[in-house]
Write a protein that binds this ligand. Sequence first.
Ligand code: 1CP
Length: 346
Amino acid sequence: MKKVENDLLLRVLNGEPAERTPIWLMRQAGRYLPEYQVVRARHDFLTMCREPELSSEVTIQPVDIVGVDAAIIFSDILVLPEAMGLNLVVEEGRGGPRFTNPVRKKSDLSSVHDADCENDLKYVGDAIRLTVSRLNGRVPLIGFCGSPWTLLAYMVEGKGGEFAHARAMLYDDPSTAHELLQMLTSSAISYLKMQHEAGADVVQIFDSWAGVLSPSLYEEFSLRYIKQIVDSLRGEVPVIVYAKAANHSLKSIRDLGASAVGVDWTIGIDEAAGKIDSVLQGNLDPAVLFAGDEAIRSAAGRVLSLAPKGRHIFNLGHGVLAGTPVESVKVLVDFVKQWNAFEQKR
Ligand code: 1CP
C-alpha cells in the first residue's frame, strides 16, 4: 500500500486525529483556472476525459496552484451512462453535455446494458494510475460517480434542466425506473471498485439532483440505491455521499452509514452535525468566492467554528462556479490551512 504524505483527509475519514481541517473543493479542476483553459482550448471536453495524460494534468493543477489537500480525478459522471450504451455528446458552445438516445420508455432499455468498466472505462483507471504515480504520494486521490438517481435523471431527460420526463417516469412507470436504477447501481459499484483498485484512496457519490424529488420519492428512488453502493464498498474504501438540496432527508442520509456526508450551504453545519454523527464535508456557499477577501475569511471562519471538531472536511456546498477568481480560492485555502493554529493561539 502506497504511503500518502499529506494524509489529513484519510485520517479524518477514518476517525483518527488530524492537526487541522483538510480542504478540497468540488469542481476544483476546471474553468476558473487559466491553466485549465489553456489545455481546454486545445482539446474538447470528452477528449480531456479520455486521454489519461490530459486528465491527469488538469487533476493535479489545483494541488499545485491553490494547494488543496486532495485531488479529484478529472472526468465526468456522464461517462458511466455512456459505457452503458447511451450516446454522449458535448457540442462546443451549445450548452452542457447531452445524450442523443434518452431512455423514455421501457422498450428504450433495450439499448442499455451493464457497464463493462474494465474495458469501456479503462481510460478512467489509466488516468487514475497515471495521476497516482505523478502525485507521488503528495495528497490522496478521490474517485467518483453520480448517484443512480442523478444519472437516471440525465439518461431519461437527455440533458440537464428541470428533469420533467425523469420525474414523471417515477409516477407513471416506476418499474422502468427501478429496472434502470438497479442496473445503474450495479454498474456504479463495479466502476467505483475499479477506481479504487486503480489507486483512488476515497470515492464520492454525487447526488446533485437529490433536491428535485419529494422526500418520499427520494427515499424510494435514490437513497435505496445509494445504500446498496455504500454497503458494497464498506470496509474497502471510504465513501463520501454528497446530496444537494436534500436536507429534509439528513437523518436517512446518516443511516446510509457512509464515511462522510456532504452538506450544501442551505443549512447550518452545526444543525447538520446535530443530525449526523459521522464526518461532515462542506458547507461554504460557493458564491462567497465572488466577494472580497475579508468576507471570504469571515464566512469560512464561521463554518469552521460551527463545524464539529475533528469530523469536518472543508469544502464548498457545491462546485466552484465558473468565473471564480483564482486569487479568492487561494485566500480561502490559505485561511482554512492556518485556522487551527490561529484558533489555538486565541
Ligand atoms: O466545457 C468544459 O470545460 C466542461 C465543463 C465540465 C467540467 C470541467 C463538465 C461538463 N464536467 C466537468 C468536470 C467534472 N464533472 C468533474 C471534475 C472533477 C472536479 O474538479 O471536481 C466532476 C466531479 C464532475 C461531476 C459532474 N458532472 C456532476 C456532479 C457534480 C456537480 O457539479 O453537481 C454533474 C451534475 C455533471 C454533469 C455535467 N458535466 C458537465 C456539465 C456542464 C454538467 C452539468 C450539465 C447540466 O446539468 O446541464
